[in-house]
Ligand binder design. Structure first.
Ligand code: AMP
Length: 164
């Protein structure tokens, strides 16, 4: 898979992850998902934000509400390797990929990966929708306000999300 990494950080970088769940025991899925991430080789956990509850949008009617949280880790894993591991965790919690943004037991997105900018077929970083979503920004500012402030200045108006 070819990545277009246009800026490269240090060996180990701070990475912000978005967690979401709107099926089953949502709190347990998010907290256990976070613990699974903490147990990955090459990952040093820093902290998990509070949980935030929001109405599901963009999925039609009668979708259960979402619980979301944001986690901060430090890692030396290559971004697409981290994505592989996060997707394996999603599947281990019974995630079935159906319609995008709709009902799911556990969704884990890479929001920021240090100051990397990645635009590959599999991975877009910064996450193209992160600056539009209060359920991302509110918990992200709780645990990583400087990182978000810097990213907003750099990326908010620069990233394209039309093809995401
Ligand atoms: P979702 O339904 O939100 O889980 O979308 C997952 C798809 O988005 C996967 O196929 C990923 O390859 C892709 N993707 C692109 N950028 C990202 C990102 N920053 N974090 C997680 N998944 C991403």
């Amino acid at each position: 898979m070819k990545s277009n990494i246009v800026s490269v950080g240090k060996d180990s970088v701070d990475v912000l992850l978005g967690f979401g769940s709107n099926l089953g025991d949502r709190r347990r899925f998010i907290e256990s998902g976070w613990l699974s991430v903490c147990g990955l080789e090459g990952v040093e956990p820093i902290c998990l934000s509070s949980l935030i509850e929001t109405v599901a949008v963009g999925c039609g009617e009668n979708q259960p509400d979402f619980l979301n949280a944001v986690g901060l880790i430090r890692t030396n894993l290559y971004p697409e390797i981290l994505l592989d591991k996060l997707q394996a965790i999603e599947y281990s919690f019974g995630r079935v990929r159906t319609i995008r943004w709709c009902a799911r037991t556990l969704d884990i997105d890479i929001l920021l990966f240090g100051d990397f900018v990645i635009d590959s077929p599999r991975l877009k970083i910064p996450h193209p929708l992160m600056f539009e979503r209060d359920f991302v920004l509110i918990p992200a500012k709780e645990i990583a306000s400087e990182m978000i402030k810097t990213a907003e200045k750099k990326f908010k108006f620069a990233i394209r999300n039309s093809d995401f």
